[in-house]
Ligand binder design. Structure first.
Ligand SMILES: [Zn+2]
Length: 143
């Protein structure tokens, strides 16, 4: 399956491969205040390949908070947050927001709440290495 996603104005788009075709897509509704306020519900396939394309990088705000180990890519034109990345040992990992999918039936997405408040940095990075998308290309096309 090739999943297409984007922010609302399509300044930031992505394509995610998911092989074999998923019977369901597990999604984590993070209960932190940022994800609650932005509708951040995240999924990843550690064997998937993600390509993120940005038309106008000057219109993407990169926001980090808390442990400062993840970067939220926010389209500053339309306010949507399609992607989070984390640079761990010089490799880029990512998760994508199921609320920004364009070609996936909502019934395929299984949403579950998650709370990560009690996680320390070490276990957080280890979890991302295990579960986040490890093949990530981030392409900035314009300025
Ligand atoms: Zn946008």
């Amino acid at each position: 399956m090739l999943i297409h996603g984007s922010c609302h104005c399509r300044n930031l788009t992505f394509e995610l491969t998911w092989e074999p075709d998923p019977a369901e897509i597990p999604a984590r509704a993070c209960d932190c205040s940022f994800c609650t306020k932005h509708g951040g519900v995240w999924t990843s396939n550690p064997r998937g390949t993600l390509t993120v394309s940005v038309e106008q990088p000057s219109l993407v705000s990169k926001y980090a908070f808390g442990t400062n180990t993840a970067v939220f890519h926010i389209c500053s034109r339309c306010g949507i947050v399609p992607v989070v990345t984390s640079d761990i040992d010089h490799q880029l990992y990512a998760v994508v927001n199921v609320n920004t999918f364009n070609n996936v039936a909502p019934s395929l997405v299984r949403r579950a709440p998650i709370s990560l408040d009690d996680e320390n940095v070490e276990s957080r990075l280890a979890r991302r290495k295990r579960g986040w998308i490890a093949k990530v290309a981030y392409v900035e096309r314009g300025t």
